[in-house]
Design a protein around this ligand. Sequence first.
Ligand SMILES: [Zn+2]
Ligand SMILES: [Zn+2]
Length: 182
Amino acid sequence: MLESKYIEISDTLRKHGLQVTSQRILIYDYLVHTTEHPTAQQVFEDVSRFLPGISKATVYNTLETLSSHGLIQKVNPQSGVTRYDGNTMLHSHLICTHCHRIVDCFGRFVEEESVPEGIWDGFKIERTCLIFYGICGECQHRLFSNRGENKRSRRKGRGEQVTPFEESREKVDAWLTVRADG
Ligand SMILES: [Zn+2]
Ligand SMILES: [Zn+2]
């Protein structure tokens, strides 16, 4: 249910002492929805569709706010810009160093990962995230089958990956208004 989803998100925001706005609801909802680990620029482009006129600064600030409260997480690849992940469950990432796609990997081995004692006295692990760098099957295929196509095909593929996310600001605004009245 749409409404229960918004109630849940609003409650989460409030629990973190954050003001509930339609922008925050929609950006958070969008990130929870996608498995793409978008960059801030991609988030901006995608949310602009249902938050027309939203500024880049608002999107960037919202991402900072949500991640500083642990509602989303940042993934910092070795090279390239920060990516954002709406899934805060313990998981690791497989990163293709060629097309820069990131795929989630869930498994108990992450929880069981530990560091040898004595490396840093008193160091308490709060979060573990393993990153596996490699080249995905599709890129390997492209790289080794038709080298001339690399540059072009490297850039495509995002559209195919994006899970359609259809929400509208009007809907959330109307819902927030009803909530505020009642
Ligand atoms: Zn790849
Ligand atoms: Zn992830």
